[in-house]
Write a protein that binds this ligand. Sequence first.
Ligand SMILES: Nc1ncnc2c1ncn2[C@@H]1O[C@H](COP(=O)(O)OP(=O)(O)OP(=O)(O)O)[C@@H](O)[C@H]1O
Length: 322
Amino acid sequence: MIETRCLTKRYGGTTAVDDLSFRVEPGRVTGFLGPNGSGKSTTMRMILGLDRPTAGAALVNGQPYQDLKYPLRTVGALLDAKWVHPNRSARSHLRWLAASGQIPKARIDAVLDQVGLTGAADRRAGAFSLGMSQRLGIAAALLGDPEILLFDEPVNGLDPEGIVWIRQIMKQLAGEGRTILVSSHLLPEIALTATDLIVIGRGRLIKAASTTDFVESASHSTVRVGTLQIDELTAALKRAGVHVEPDADSDFSLIVTGTDIARVGTLAAAAGVVLTELSVQRASLEDAFMHITGHDIEYTAGDSVDGADRIPALAGAGRWMR
Ligand SMILES: Nc1ncnc2c1ncn2[C@@H]1O[C@H](COP(=O)(O)OP(=O)(O)OP(=O)(O)O)[C@@H](O)[C@H]1O
Protein backbone atom coordinates (compact mmCIF):
# COMPACT_ATOMS: atom_id res chain seq x y z
CA MET A 1 0.00 0.00 0.00
CA ILE A 2 1.12 3.55 -0.75
CA GLU A 3 -0.04 6.50 1.31
CA THR A 4 0.74 10.20 1.22
CA ARG A 5 -0.15 12.41 4.15
CA CYS A 6 -0.28 16.18 3.64
CA LEU A 7 2.66 15.71 1.26
CA THR A 8 4.22 19.02 0.21
CA LYS A 9 7.26 19.86 -1.91
CA ARG A 10 8.54 23.35 -2.65
CA TYR A 11 11.40 24.23 -4.98
CA GLY A 12 12.25 27.83 -4.09
CA GLY A 13 9.08 29.78 -4.84
CA THR A 14 7.42 26.89 -6.74
CA THR A 15 5.06 24.61 -4.86
CA ALA A 16 5.24 21.39 -6.92
CA VAL A 17 3.15 19.28 -4.50
CA ASP A 18 0.70 20.92 -2.14
CA ASP A 19 -0.77 19.20 0.94
CA LEU A 20 -1.51 16.02 -0.99
CA SER A 21 -3.13 13.07 0.81
CA PHE A 22 -4.20 9.82 -0.88
CA ARG A 23 -4.01 6.03 -0.59
CA VAL A 24 -3.21 3.48 -3.27
CA GLU A 25 -4.63 0.03 -2.53
CA PRO A 26 -3.22 -3.38 -3.50
CA GLY A 27 -4.75 -5.56 -6.23
CA ARG A 28 -5.78 -2.60 -8.38
CA VAL A 29 -4.30 -0.38 -11.05
CA THR A 30 -4.53 3.20 -9.79
CA GLY A 31 -4.11 5.97 -12.35
CA PHE A 32 -2.29 9.11 -11.23
CA LEU A 33 -3.66 11.76 -13.50
CA GLY A 34 -2.90 15.42 -14.03
CA PRO A 35 -1.74 17.92 -16.65
CA ASN A 36 1.95 18.30 -17.36
CA GLY A 37 3.67 20.09 -14.51
CA SER A 38 0.94 19.18 -11.99
CA GLY A 39 3.37 17.37 -9.67
CA LYS A 40 3.03 13.69 -10.59
CA SER A 41 6.73 12.96 -11.06
CA THR A 42 7.68 14.92 -7.94
CA THR A 43 5.15 12.91 -5.89
CA MET A 44 6.50 9.64 -7.29
CA ARG A 45 10.07 10.67 -6.56
CA MET A 46 9.11 11.39 -2.92
CA ILE A 47 7.39 7.99 -2.63
CA LEU A 48 10.65 6.43 -3.90
CA GLY A 49 12.83 8.41 -1.50
CA LEU A 50 14.54 10.28 -4.37
CA ASP A 51 13.29 13.66 -3.15
CA ARG A 52 12.66 14.82 0.41
CA PRO A 53 9.24 16.24 1.25
CA THR A 54 9.22 19.85 2.47
CA ALA A 55 6.35 18.78 4.74
CA GLY A 56 4.11 15.75 5.24
CA ALA A 57 5.01 12.16 4.42
CA ALA A 58 5.05 9.60 1.63
CA LEU A 59 4.76 6.05 3.00
CA VAL A 60 5.25 2.62 1.50
CA ASN A 61 3.65 -0.12 3.58
CA GLY A 62 3.44 2.43 6.39
CA GLN A 63 7.12 3.44 6.25
CA PRO A 64 9.18 6.09 4.45
CA TYR A 65 11.13 4.46 1.58
CA GLN A 66 14.47 5.08 3.31
CA ASP A 67 13.36 2.93 6.27
CA LEU A 68 12.43 -0.13 4.16
CA LYS A 69 14.62 -3.13 4.95
CA TYR A 70 14.67 -4.44 1.34
CA PRO A 71 13.64 -1.48 -0.81
CA LEU A 72 14.13 -3.12 -4.25
CA ARG A 73 12.19 -6.17 -3.14
CA THR A 74 9.35 -3.98 -1.86
CA VAL A 75 9.00 -1.27 -4.53
CA GLY A 76 9.87 -1.28 -8.24
CA ALA A 77 9.66 1.76 -10.49
CA LEU A 78 9.82 2.79 -14.11
CA LEU A 79 10.66 6.48 -14.12
CA ASP A 80 12.82 6.96 -17.20
CA ALA A 81 13.12 4.08 -19.68
CA LYS A 82 16.31 5.50 -21.18
CA TRP A 83 18.12 5.32 -17.83
CA VAL A 84 20.46 2.54 -18.92
CA HIS A 85 24.15 2.65 -19.79
CA PRO A 86 24.00 2.54 -23.63
CA ASN A 87 26.92 0.09 -23.98
CA ARG A 88 25.51 -2.40 -21.48
CA SER A 89 23.41 -5.31 -22.65
CA ALA A 90 19.94 -5.74 -21.16
CA ARG A 91 21.21 -8.76 -19.25
CA SER A 92 24.25 -6.99 -17.78
CA HIS A 93 22.10 -4.01 -16.79
CA LEU A 94 19.81 -6.37 -14.85
CA ARG A 95 22.79 -8.27 -13.42
CA TRP A 96 24.19 -5.02 -12.07
CA LEU A 97 20.83 -4.07 -10.54
CA ALA A 98 20.40 -7.54 -9.01
CA ALA A 99 23.82 -7.35 -7.38
CA SER A 100 23.11 -3.91 -5.92
CA GLY A 101 19.74 -5.04 -4.52
CA GLN A 102 20.77 -8.47 -3.17
CA ILE A 103 18.35 -10.06 -5.62
CA PRO A 104 18.85 -13.73 -6.68
CA LYS A 105 20.38 -14.08 -10.19
CA ALA A 106 17.57 -16.43 -11.26
CA ARG A 107 15.26 -13.43 -11.36
CA ILE A 108 17.18 -12.01 -14.35
CA ASP A 109 16.05 -14.69 -16.82
CA ALA A 110 12.59 -14.74 -15.24
CA VAL A 111 11.97 -11.01 -15.85
CA LEU A 112 13.57 -11.06 -19.31
CA ASP A 113 11.10 -13.79 -20.21
CA GLN A 114 8.18 -11.97 -18.55
CA VAL A 115 8.72 -8.83 -20.67
CA GLY A 116 9.55 -10.73 -23.88
CA LEU A 117 13.21 -9.66 -24.11
CA THR A 118 14.93 -13.05 -23.86
CA GLY A 119 15.94 -12.94 -27.54
CA ALA A 120 17.45 -9.44 -27.23
CA ALA A 121 19.02 -9.91 -23.80
CA ASP A 122 22.61 -9.74 -25.01
CA ARG A 123 22.20 -6.81 -27.37
CA ARG A 124 23.39 -3.27 -26.48
CA ALA A 125 20.58 -1.47 -24.64
CA GLY A 126 21.69 1.78 -26.34
CA ALA A 127 20.41 0.37 -29.67
CA PHE A 128 16.97 -0.54 -28.27
CA SER A 129 13.80 1.07 -29.64
CA LEU A 130 11.68 3.03 -27.16
CA GLY A 131 9.32 0.06 -26.86
CA MET A 132 12.18 -2.29 -26.04
CA SER A 133 13.63 0.22 -23.57
CA GLN A 134 10.23 0.38 -21.84
CA ARG A 135 10.22 -3.41 -21.60
CA LEU A 136 13.71 -3.35 -20.11
CA GLY A 137 12.63 -0.63 -17.67
CA ILE A 138 9.69 -2.79 -16.60
CA ALA A 139 11.98 -5.84 -16.29
CA ALA A 140 14.19 -3.77 -13.96
CA ALA A 141 11.16 -2.69 -11.93
CA LEU A 142 10.03 -6.33 -11.59
CA LEU A 143 13.47 -7.69 -10.75
CA GLY A 144 13.01 -7.73 -6.99
CA ASP A 145 9.51 -9.24 -7.39
CA PRO A 146 8.12 -6.20 -5.55
CA GLU A 147 4.59 -5.97 -4.23
CA ILE A 148 4.40 -2.28 -5.15
CA LEU A 149 5.09 -0.80 -8.60
CA LEU A 150 5.22 2.78 -9.85
CA PHE A 151 5.19 3.67 -13.54
CA ASP A 152 5.69 7.27 -14.68
CA GLU A 153 3.99 7.92 -18.06
CA PRO A 154 4.83 4.40 -19.34
CA VAL A 155 3.03 4.68 -22.69
CA ASN A 156 4.59 7.97 -23.83
CA GLY A 157 5.93 7.57 -27.35
CA LEU A 158 4.99 3.90 -27.67
CA ASP A 159 3.43 2.34 -30.76
CA PRO A 160 -0.08 0.78 -30.46
CA GLU A 161 1.34 -2.70 -29.89
CA GLY A 162 3.56 -1.42 -27.06
CA ILE A 163 0.62 0.43 -25.49
CA VAL A 164 -1.55 -2.71 -25.51
CA TRP A 165 1.30 -4.69 -23.96
CA ILE A 166 1.77 -2.15 -21.14
CA ARG A 167 -1.96 -2.18 -20.40
CA GLN A 168 -2.00 -5.97 -20.22
CA ILE A 169 1.02 -6.30 -17.96
CA MET A 170 -0.34 -3.73 -15.52
CA LYS A 171 -3.65 -5.54 -15.23
CA GLN A 172 -1.82 -8.84 -14.83
CA LEU A 173 0.43 -7.44 -12.06
CA ALA A 174 -2.57 -6.00 -10.22
CA GLY A 175 -4.33 -9.36 -10.63
CA GLU A 176 -1.41 -10.91 -8.73
CA GLY A 177 -2.33 -8.66 -5.80
CA ARG A 178 0.33 -6.00 -6.33
CA THR A 179 -0.17 -2.27 -5.77
CA ILE A 180 0.18 -0.42 -9.09
CA LEU A 181 0.42 3.37 -9.41
CA VAL A 182 0.68 4.62 -12.98
CA SER A 183 0.88 8.27 -13.98
CA SER A 184 -0.49 9.77 -17.15
CA HIS A 185 -1.60 13.11 -18.54
CA LEU A 186 -4.22 11.37 -20.74
CA LEU A 187 -7.56 10.40 -19.23
CA PRO A 188 -8.78 8.26 -22.17
CA GLU A 189 -5.58 6.22 -22.02
CA ILE A 190 -5.62 5.66 -18.28
CA ALA A 191 -9.38 5.04 -18.16
CA LEU A 192 -8.81 1.85 -20.18
CA THR A 193 -6.37 0.42 -17.62
CA ALA A 194 -6.97 1.91 -14.19
CA THR A 195 -9.79 0.90 -11.86
CA ASP A 196 -9.12 3.87 -9.55
CA LEU A 197 -7.99 7.41 -10.21
CA ILE A 198 -6.16 10.05 -8.25
CA VAL A 199 -6.48 13.33 -10.12
CA ILE A 200 -4.23 16.29 -9.28
CA GLY A 201 -3.80 19.81 -10.57
CA ARG A 202 -1.13 22.31 -9.49
CA GLY A 203 0.10 19.80 -6.94
CA ARG A 204 -3.29 19.57 -5.20
CA LEU A 205 -5.77 16.73 -5.03
CA ILE A 206 -8.76 17.33 -7.29
CA LYS A 207 -10.46 13.97 -6.89
CA ALA A 208 -9.80 10.40 -5.78
CA ALA A 209 -12.48 8.00 -7.04
CA SER A 210 -13.10 4.84 -9.00
CA THR A 211 -12.61 5.37 -12.73
CA THR A 212 -16.30 4.61 -13.35
CA ASP A 213 -17.47 7.21 -10.82
CA PHE A 214 -14.97 9.75 -12.10
CA VAL A 215 -15.99 9.37 -15.73
CA GLU A 216 -19.70 9.48 -14.85
CA SER A 217 -19.42 12.55 -12.66
CA ALA A 218 -17.04 14.32 -15.03
CA SER A 219 -18.86 13.84 -18.31
CA HIS A 220 -22.12 15.77 -18.53
CA SER A 221 -24.57 15.37 -21.36
CA THR A 222 -26.54 18.13 -23.01
CA VAL A 223 -29.52 18.15 -25.38
CA ARG A 224 -29.36 19.85 -28.77
CA VAL A 225 -32.74 20.94 -30.05
CA GLY A 226 -33.41 22.47 -33.46
CA THR A 227 -36.43 24.47 -34.70
CA LEU A 228 -37.32 27.32 -37.04
CA GLN A 229 -39.41 28.79 -34.15
CA ILE A 230 -36.37 29.57 -32.03
CA ASP A 231 -37.93 32.44 -30.00
CA GLU A 232 -41.04 30.44 -29.08
CA LEU A 233 -38.97 27.43 -28.06
CA THR A 234 -36.54 29.54 -25.98
CA ALA A 235 -39.47 31.17 -24.16
CA ALA A 236 -41.22 27.83 -23.51
CA LEU A 237 -38.10 26.19 -22.11
CA LYS A 238 -37.23 29.20 -19.94
CA ARG A 239 -40.79 29.31 -18.56
CA ALA A 240 -40.30 25.69 -17.45
CA GLY A 241 -37.07 26.68 -15.66
CA VAL A 242 -34.81 24.84 -18.10
CA HIS A 243 -31.28 26.20 -18.74
CA VAL A 244 -30.94 27.19 -22.42
CA GLU A 245 -27.99 28.55 -24.37
CA PRO A 246 -27.63 29.51 -28.03
CA ASP A 247 -25.86 26.88 -30.17
CA ALA A 248 -22.57 28.32 -31.41
CA ASP A 249 -22.88 26.19 -34.57
CA SER A 250 -26.41 27.16 -35.68
CA ASP A 251 -28.95 30.01 -35.39
CA PHE A 252 -31.75 27.46 -35.48
CA SER A 253 -30.84 25.29 -32.53
CA LEU A 254 -30.32 25.55 -28.77
CA ILE A 255 -28.19 23.70 -26.23
CA VAL A 256 -30.17 22.60 -23.18
CA THR A 257 -28.59 21.43 -19.93
CA GLY A 258 -29.98 19.94 -16.74
CA THR A 259 -32.89 17.99 -18.23
CA ASP A 260 -33.47 14.99 -20.47
CA ILE A 261 -34.46 14.67 -24.09
CA ALA A 262 -38.05 13.51 -23.35
CA ARG A 263 -38.85 16.62 -21.28
CA VAL A 264 -37.48 18.95 -23.96
CA GLY A 265 -39.66 17.23 -26.58
CA THR A 266 -42.74 17.36 -24.33
CA LEU A 267 -42.27 21.07 -23.54
CA ALA A 268 -41.81 21.87 -27.24
CA ALA A 269 -44.97 19.93 -28.16
CA ALA A 270 -46.99 21.64 -25.44
CA ALA A 271 -45.89 25.03 -26.83
CA GLY A 272 -46.84 24.01 -30.40
CA VAL A 273 -43.21 24.21 -31.58
CA VAL A 274 -42.16 21.99 -34.52
CA LEU A 275 -38.71 20.48 -34.00
CA THR A 276 -36.13 19.84 -36.72
CA GLU A 277 -33.68 18.09 -34.39
CA LEU A 278 -33.62 16.57 -30.91
CA SER A 279 -30.42 14.81 -29.85
CA VAL A 280 -28.22 14.06 -26.83
CA GLN A 281 -24.67 15.47 -26.98
CA ARG A 282 -22.26 13.54 -24.80
CA ALA A 283 -19.08 15.28 -23.66
CA SER A 284 -15.95 13.41 -24.65
CA LEU A 285 -13.63 12.12 -21.97
CA GLU A 286 -11.10 14.81 -22.92
CA ASP A 287 -13.78 17.52 -22.57
CA ALA A 288 -14.80 16.08 -19.21
CA PHE A 289 -11.27 16.09 -17.94
CA MET A 290 -10.59 19.58 -19.22
CA HIS A 291 -13.79 20.67 -17.46
CA ILE A 292 -12.53 19.28 -14.14
CA THR A 293 -8.88 20.29 -14.35
CA GLY A 294 -9.27 23.39 -16.53
CA HIS A 295 -8.58 25.80 -13.69
CA ASP A 296 -5.65 23.84 -12.36
CA ILE A 297 -3.42 24.07 -15.39
CA GLU A 298 0.16 24.91 -14.51
CA TYR A 299 1.74 27.55 -16.71
CA THR A 300 5.33 27.18 -17.77
CA ALA A 301 8.02 29.76 -18.51
CA GLY A 302 7.50 29.06 -22.24
CA ASP A 303 3.96 30.47 -22.23
CA SER A 304 3.54 33.83 -23.90
CA VAL A 305 2.80 36.69 -21.56
CA ASP A 306 0.45 38.61 -23.84
CA GLY A 307 -2.48 36.86 -22.21
CA ALA A 308 -3.84 35.06 -25.29
CA ASP A 309 -2.75 31.62 -24.14
CA ARG A 310 -3.29 32.32 -20.47
CA ILE A 311 -6.96 31.41 -20.69
CA PRO A 312 -6.81 28.22 -18.63
CA ALA A 313 -8.93 26.03 -20.92
CA LEU A 314 -6.90 26.98 -23.99
CA ALA A 315 -3.50 26.83 -22.37
CA GLY A 316 -4.51 23.55 -20.82
CA ALA A 317 -5.77 22.05 -24.05
CA GLY A 318 -2.42 22.61 -25.71
CA ARG A 319 -0.46 21.14 -22.89
CA TRP A 320 -2.88 18.30 -22.26
CA MET A 321 -2.78 16.89 -25.77
CA ARG A 322 1.02 17.00 -26.06
N1 LIG B 1 14.06 19.81 -9.47
C1 LIG B 1 13.18 20.79 -9.65
N2 LIG B 1 13.50 22.08 -9.43
C2 LIG B 1 12.63 23.08 -9.58
N3 LIG B 1 11.32 22.90 -9.96
C3 LIG B 1 10.93 21.64 -10.19
C4 LIG B 1 11.81 20.52 -10.06
N4 LIG B 1 11.13 19.39 -10.36
C5 LIG B 1 9.87 19.79 -10.68
N5 LIG B 1 9.76 21.13 -10.58
C6 LIG B 1 8.53 21.92 -10.82
O1 LIG B 1 7.50 21.33 -10.07
C7 LIG B 1 6.26 21.31 -10.79
C8 LIG B 1 5.76 19.88 -10.91
O2 LIG B 1 6.61 19.15 -11.80
P1 LIG B 1 6.46 17.59 -12.07
O3 LIG B 1 7.54 17.19 -13.03
O4 LIG B 1 6.37 16.87 -10.79
O5 LIG B 1 5.04 17.51 -12.78
P2 LIG B 1 4.43 16.35 -13.65
O6 LIG B 1 2.96 16.35 -13.36
O7 LIG B 1 5.17 15.10 -13.45
O8 LIG B 1 4.65 16.89 -15.12
P3 LIG B 1 5.18 16.12 -16.42
O9 LIG B 1 4.04 15.27 -16.87
O10 LIG B 1 5.46 17.26 -17.37
O11 LIG B 1 6.41 15.37 -16.03
C9 LIG B 1 6.55 22.01 -12.11
O12 LIG B 1 6.22 23.37 -11.97
C10 LIG B 1 8.04 21.83 -12.27
O13 LIG B 1 8.57 22.87 -13.07
